[in-house]
Write a protein that binds this ligand. Structure first.
Ligand code: MSP
Length: 507
């Protein structure tokens, strides 16, 4: 039984509307999911909202509404925004769903029955922003490095999950599988955390008298689960755990995509939880950096959020999507600016891609009334196309959208150069060169078709627009079939259409 390709995003806190950060991760997952679908693989893409915990309860209280009414409203904004942006999750999960509560209670009851949970007093420094107790090492000048606030000292009796017995296993997994966490810098960071030996016990509960808004522990209803230990389980609930007999098959192909801010829960708590419950570890944890603006972190508290719907209105989501996927180096932080976005639109989209489509379709219209000519069989560009497809495949399987796009743009550059050196406008002047002109233009159109096919996961609408102008060759075929050189049938009527990406004038 083969397992599907299963990709997840973090489930976002619905305490503010979607912004560039959540849009980036979801678009990135969408791109990878689209690629696997194009390959003809069974694919499952999960995203959703993480709705319990103190932070949500506090934000709802500030707005004077019940937590459930509050999360209903904001969760719906996430769902509808992804829909409006054309993103294609197969399931949008909410942690307030009955199915999720059932899965979570089943999971923790299992660990409790196995004697892996105990009850004791605990004192520690708690950061409400992180929703967890911080260790001394995580403090910078006594403050949470991420939220810039001093954590509060707290003592209370709670339930604990003893992670210590699982640590040697996790270290061995990370050492023997260098690709488990990528890029390598994050794997090294996790190994360093693990080797420091300070992560032994995980507090899994919050007393209900202090926090009502959570999933009650199945073995003590005076306590609710700490939100992270409810949230992580969404990745199992999303595929039908524990009751759907197919969940294990689906689980076998799972890849998680996150940003570096939530590395520890995903790289340490989650593997240990899975191991404790006898569930296999994920296939990969892929970690991207953080977007900042004017060298400041983009965050709800700073209020410098970039609204994806406004970006869509101003530039079109395809262009914004391209910018996000192209601009950020995998694993490193990126700086958002509208000037850089406009530069990319003008250089990569209007100039390189737009011009290629525009001039090759225009020449075909001018010299052959838009009808695809016969080719003499010489395929000078087919090698460049094959090499681009191979590199793109390798990079996307490694979750590197930037390098995949660089490979694709190299092909675009090669075709533009081919046009310049072949100079079809000169060939058109000599009637004796008619066949050669036909072959050159066939090469260009075929290369344009392959480029549009490879572009689909990144810019689905632009891909469809280009393929539409080429008479929609081979709709429904798998990527490998579509990539076969010669797919464009001579005699096909093409359409030039409007410029794909008009230049944006900046004064
Ligand atoms: N609810 C938890 C995740 C639970 S997953 C079991 C959470 N939510 S969050 O709303 O804070 O989302 C964090 C995630 O949003 C990051 O890991 C990243 O995917 C995305 N981003 C939010 N801000 C971001 C940037 N400024 N830059 C890049 N991605 C960021 O943590």
């Amino acid at each position: 039984m083969s397992s599907p390709f299963y990709i997840t995003t973090p489930i976002y806190y619905p305490n503010a509307a979607p912004h560039i950060g959540s849009t980036y991760t979801t678009t990135y997952a969408d791109t990878v999911a689209r690629y696997h679908r194009a390959l003809g693989e069974e694919t499952f893409f999960l995203t959703g909202t993480d709705e319990h915990g103190q932070k949500i309860a506090e934000t709802a209280a500030k707005e004077g509404v019940e937590p459930k009414a509050f999360v209903d409203r904001i969760s719906e904004r996430f769902r509808s925004t992804w829909q409006e942006l054309g993103l294609t999750p197969d399931r949008f999960i909410r942690t307030t769903e009955a199915a999720h509560k059932h899965a979570v209670r089943h999971f923790w009851q299992l660990l409790h029955d196995q004697g892996q949970i105990h009850f004791q007093d605990y004192s520690g420094r708690y950061c409400v922003g992180c929703e967890r107790f911080l260790t001394e090492r995580e403090l910078v000048d006594g403050k949470c490095a991420q939220h810039q606030v001093e954590p509060v000292l707290r003592t209370e009796a709670n339930y604990f999950f003893n992670m210590a017995p699982h640590m040697p296993w996790l270290i061995a997994e990370l050492e023997s599988n260098p690709d488990l966490i990528s890029p390598a810098r994050y794997r090294n960071e996790v190994l360093a955390m693990l080797r420091s030996g300070e992560l032994e016990e995980l507090c899994i509960s919050r007393p209900r008298e202090r926090l009502e808004w959570g999933i009650p522990l199945p073995f003590d209803d005076q306590y609710v689960l700490y939100v992270w230990l409810d949230a992580l389980i969404n990745y199992l609930t999303g595929i039908g755990y524990p009751d759907d007999p197919d969940w294990e098959r689906r689980w076998a192909g799972v890849h998680h995509l996150i940003a570096k801010d939530i590395l520890k829960p995903h790289a340490i708590f989650w593997p240990v939880m899975l191991h404790a419950a006898g569930i296999p570890l994920y296939q990969g944890l892929h970690v991207h950096g953080y977007w900042s603006m004017d060298n400041q972190k983009i965050s709800k508290s700073l209020g410098n959020l970039v609204d994806p719907l406004i970006m869509k209105q101003k530039y079109g989501f395809e262009a914004f999507r391209y910018y996000l996927l192209r601009e950020m180096s995998f694993g490193l932080d990126g700086e958002f600016s509208e000037e850089a976005l406009v530069r990319r639109i003008n250089a990569d989209l209007a100039n390189d891609l737009g011009n290629l489509a525009n001039r090759s379709l225009s020449m075909l219209e001018r010299y052959f009334e838009g009808v695809v000519p016969e080719s003499s069989g010489a395929s000078e560009l087919s090698q460049a196309a094959e090499s681009a497809a191979r590199q793109l495949d390798q990079q996307l399987r490694g979750f590197n959208t930037q390098r995949a796009l660089i490979a694709l743009w190299e092909l675009i550059g090669a075709v533009n150069k081919y046009i310049d050196t072949q100079a079809p406008w000169k060939l058109a002047k000599a009637p004796a060169s008619r066949d050669q002109l036909g072959s050159v233009l066939y090469e260009c159109m075929e290369a344009l078709r392959v480029i549009a096919v490879l572009l689909e996961p990144f810019m689905p609408e632009t891909s469809a627009r280009i393929l539409g102008r080429l008479g929609d060759p081979a709709p429904g075929a798998t990527l490998h079939e579509k990539l076969r050189w010669g797919g464009l049938v001579p005699g096909t009527q093409t359409r030039k259409g409007e410029p794909l990406f008009p230049r944006i004038e900046t004064s």
